[in-house]
Design a protein around this ligand. Sequence first.
Ligand code: ZN
Length: 219
Amino acid sequence: MTYSEPARTTTRRIRIRRIRVAGVLVVIAAIGAVLGYQSLASSSSTAAPPTDVLPSKPPGLRVEHRGALGEADSAVPAGTTVFDDEIPGVANLDPALLGALRQAATDAAGDGVELFVNSGWRSPEYQEQLLREAVSEYGSDEEAARWVATADTSPHVSGDAVDIEPLDATAWLSEHGAEYGLCQIYGNEPWHYELRPEATDHGCPPMYADPTQDPRMQR
Ligand SMILES: [Zn+2]
C-alpha cells in the first residue's frame, strides 16, 4: 500500500493550501473530502493485483495448489513446522531427514530463526498434479522439468526432500545445514533440502545447477 502514499500526500498538500484561503466550514468540508479520498484510495489499493505465480515463485510450493488436493494428499498448511507430526507431508518424511531437521530447527530457534515447511513428503498423485501445473505454467515439458520432477523421480515422493521457508530460514540452513547433514541440492532451488549424512564430516557435495543435471532425474 505504500506505493499510493506520494499521490495521497500531494492531494493533502493541495487541499491544505485551499483551506488557508477559505473559512471554517470549508475546512470541515475539505477534511471530509480528504478522508473520503483516503478511504477510496485505501479500498482500491486493498484490491491487490493478481499475484504472479511464476517465475518469481517456484511451482508446486504455494497456497494456490492447496485447493485442488487436500492435506491428506500432502499439501502442507501455512505455518507448518518440522515438529507437526499430524501433517502427512511432515510425518511421512524419512525419519533420519526429519530428525536432522528437528535438531537444526531447534538450534535455529536459538538464533531467533524459525524453520517452516513449505512442502515435504508428497503423494505420487500430488506430484503428478504439480508437474501438470508446471507444464501448463511454463509452456513446455523441458522447462517444467527444471523445477518439478515426476512422481517416479521426485525425492519428495520418497520422503527424502523438504522445501523450507522463509528466506531467513533457508539462509540459516545454507550457513549451518551441513553440520546436520542438511544440504541444498540444486542451485536454482535454495529452499530444497535433502539429507547427506556425510556432509557433517566433509561438507555438502557440489550442487547441481537444476534438477535436469541430477542423474536421479534421468530415469
Ligand atoms: Zn523440493
